[in-house]
Design a protein around this ligand. Structure first.
Ligand SMILES: Nc1nc2c(c(=O)[nH]1)N[C@H]1C(S)=C(S)[C@@H](COP(=O)(O)O)O[C@H]1N2
Ligand SMILES: [Mo]
Length: 332
């Protein structure tokens, strides 16, 4: 069966439709093409790898987003990437429902184009920009990041984007700008989850200026060689790999440069449980559960192997200096 995805009408065969035999033939063919080079196929290497893993379906799902591999320190973990399927069907995006499977089912109503990003507050010239223009402000890089949700699961995802610092420099913050506040899309017409009262919509996130300027903070437009699927925060989101997943706001419409530490959505709804910093920290437990270990999505099954959670999610060498002298149990 061929299904038409809601986004942009690209056609994409379901892997379950591919017989073992066809898969075998295709695998051999792919292997040959693989050694001939991914570029020859005009597919991103991730799309091709994923196709290979699925037994040969040359699946092109969304528009390709070309990128070069990042040379930023720590940006390319060699851990095995989570499957595209898991990364796009096990999501938190409360605007589309609270179950992990809701966003994949419901986010097709998100209108990801045209899209604008408004830059507001303490910058030289507050302006509303078209996404196409913003996408040209930095060179697209692939970054393979570990992601750790506050709920205790983790993934490894090949993102595509450029350092948020490229955007920040571009809009010229004024000296008084100490924090960035990220405002995400809140449209009751297209986002059924807005009827739920868990969050005071729109979903808000924030970073201190030095965190936002850190080269690992990624303004993200794609994953697995393609543009972002809607459930993962199309068309533009944040990815901050040393912080719990909720700091990575999806479908951003506005960035405010402010003087005072902004109040973020989760801290507003449950201040004892979620703090502004939300750095991944195995030594500081959530009040209702331990943060010392995690379950890597895709490694589950009967034995449900657990991994030890790493300080700053494994990015300690890169980011620990941002927090020198701070009590991380108080500033959780
Ligand atoms: N706008 C918005 N952004 C959001 C969320 C959300 O509910 N709404 N959930 C956050 C949480 S809790 C996590 S773990 C990550 C999940 O990102 P992923 O689905 O791409 O893995 O998105 C974050 N960004
Ligand atoms: Mo999360």
């Amino acid at each position: 069966m061929l299904i038409r995805t809601q986004q942009d009408g690209f056609i994409h065969p379901l892997s379950s439709e591919i017989t073992e035999q066809a898969a075998y033939a295709n695998r051999r063919q792919l292997l040959r093409q693989w050694s001939a080079g991914a570029a020859a196929l005009g597919m991103g290497s991730w799309a091709q790898r994923e196709a290979f893993a699925q037994g040969g379906a040359a699946a092109v799902k969304l528009a390709a987003l070309p990128a070069t591999q990042s040379s930023v320190q720590g940006a390319m973990t060699v851990e095995k990437a989570t499957s595209y399927k898991d990364a796009t069907t096990y999501n938190n995006f409360y605007e589309f429902g609270v179950d992990k499977s809701d966003p994949a089912r419901n986010a097709h109503t998100l209108k990801a184009a045209p899209w604008t990003i408004e830059v507001e507050g303490l910058v030289k010239k507050p302006t509303r920009f078209n996404l196409e223009d913003v996408m040209k402000w930095g060179a697209m890089q692939e970054r393979i990041y570990r992601m750790r949700c506050v709920e205790g699961w983790s993934m490894v995802i090949p993102w595509i984007g450029y350092s948020l610092s490229d955007l920040i420099k571009r809009v010229e913050p004024l000296p008084g700008a100490k924090y960035l506040e990220f405002v995400t899309q809140a449209d009751p017409q297209t986002m059924p989850g807005l009827r739920g009262g868990y969050i005071d919509w729109p979903y808000l996130e924030g970073l201190r200026m030095d965190e936002a300027m850190h080269p690992l903070s990624l303004l993200t437009f794609g994953m697995y060689g393609e543009v972002l699927p809607k459930q993962n925060g199309a068309p533009v989101r944040l990815v901050v790999p040393w912080k719990y997943g909720f700091k990575s706001g999806k479908s951003i419409v506005k960035i405010r440069f402010v003087e005072k530490q902004p109040v973020i959505s989760w801290a507003k709804s449950a201040p004892q449980e979620y703090g502004f910093y939300s750095n991944v920290n195995p030594t500081v437990d959530h009040p209702r559960w331990s943060q010392a270990s995690e379950r890597r999505i895709g490694e589950g099954g009967l034995l449900d192997k657990k991994r030890k959670t790493l300080m700053f999610n494994g990015y300690e060498a890169q980011v620990a200096s941002l927090y020198t002298g701070m009590d991380l149990a108080k500033n959780f």
